[in-house]
Write a protein that binds this ligand. Sequence first.
Ligand code: GDP
Length: 527
Amino acid sequence: MSQNVLAPSGVAGEAGRRRTFAVISHPDAGKSTMTEALALHARVIGQAGAVHGKGDRKGVVSDWMAMEQQRGISVTSAALQFSYRDTVINLLDTPGHADFSEDTYRVLTAVDSAVMLLDAAKGLEPQTLKLFEVCRQRQIPVMTFINKWDRPGHDALALLDEIEERIGLKPTPLTWPVGIAGHFHGVIDRRTGVFTRMERSPGGAGLAIEEEMDAAEAAERYGADWATATEELDLLTMTGADHDQDSFLAAKSTPVLFGAAVANLGVRQLLNVLVELAPPAEARPTAAGPDQPVDGEFSGFVFKIQANMNKAHRDQVAFMRICSGRFERGMVVKQAGTGKPFTTKYAQQIFGQGRDTIDEAFPGDVVGLVNATALGIGDTLYTGSPVQFPPLPSFPPEHFAVVRTNDTSAFKRFRRGIEQLDGEGVVQVLRSEQRGDQSPVLAAVGPMQFEVATYRLEAEFGVQVQLDHLPYETAARTDAAGREILRSESNVEVMTRVRDGALLALFPHRWRMRTVAGRHPDLRLDA
Ligand code: GDP
């Protein structure tokens, strides 16, 4: 056997040591800080320099667009890969701005688990809830990290109650803090009973100082705080809040950890949980037929497309999550549906501004395919027998605007730009009968998507556009018969989504949709 051919067990072994996850959180909960803190423990693979120290911490986020820098937000997603213990960890970046977009959601189709990061003083915040909802729908196992325990915040038990009551996940703490938020002394590992005292390293930039301490000494040293922690631990045991791997994997319970990313407190414990409990890359459901086993022939799917990441030259990168087999740069793969060959000569690992050529990758890894203009979101790539993964979910848009340009000489570029943004999934493009092709309608899950679209049409295609917002807030799929029925209704419009030809009925609000639906029992409306 030639040396670079791995036996199937080799691929299965590589898949088994992959942990591919995303952090879901509300802006400012500490996602970027946590990313840095995680990377500090790890050997960042091929990314030396990608993660900078504090002073230069914007280097950590994907700040490829001038707009992002202006607003100090991250509107794109990429992956950071590092090794820890015997695993390879892929951390996928979910954009964390106040608005959310389809892009953020799609990242969650490419992960095997998620870390829900909560600010101890704020608990569950709106965007965390929205992202969590996607995890629930996809049954993604979720670990919870309660962050900022070095600052005053809510009571630990109250935070657990909030998780259970508001999102129905049973919290099963793995560690328990000694000291309330703002008086953090360390954590007790609930499985071993061992207390680890934690302290910020001098200057705070390095790994935390950790020291195991026996109970008698801790009791003496921390007095009332220790007594409270042990009482709470008894209470947790009494209420059965113990980790259960099956219910965690079934997305019914969530292991909980406490810490402070900014001081690297509790971060090592989180990494250990990822290694020990988070699911590896596993067999993946296909659109038709049996699940694709990880050690089958190569397969993967595109979950994100991004253009013009490199200012030096125009390019388009398709981000692919590998689902099975071994990926080798240069291999010729096929595009499901058309069976067209695609050469993967320019395969890179991309995080923020950093790029490295990658030569091989395994299930769970993310590969950026450069100059992949032929690829679209959701496309499956494979070698050997055809395989196709289910299409990525389309999220119902809630914001609609007519886009037009007054510059007739720019119309060709305008059209090309709109097509490009549609192909990348930056916005959904709708065709409206009454407005015609000159004035397409943009539909978005979050209004931020409009800003990105406008910015890019101007910056990349040289087209000044105008957006006229439409008074609709909710959309439902209908059919041709439905379109006819709805002609008789006012304040309702039916448009065609260019991407897939779906007919969408737009309503000003949900209750209007319900009234209309009530009047026409035969009307098909899928929200
Ligand atoms: P993101 O928007 O979720 O990426 O949040 P950032 O990582 O940018 O953090 C937002 C703010 O919270 C920054 O000022 C951080 O320094 C601060 N922060 C993050 N983690 C902690 C923590 O554990 N403790 C404290 N006190 N501040 C934190």
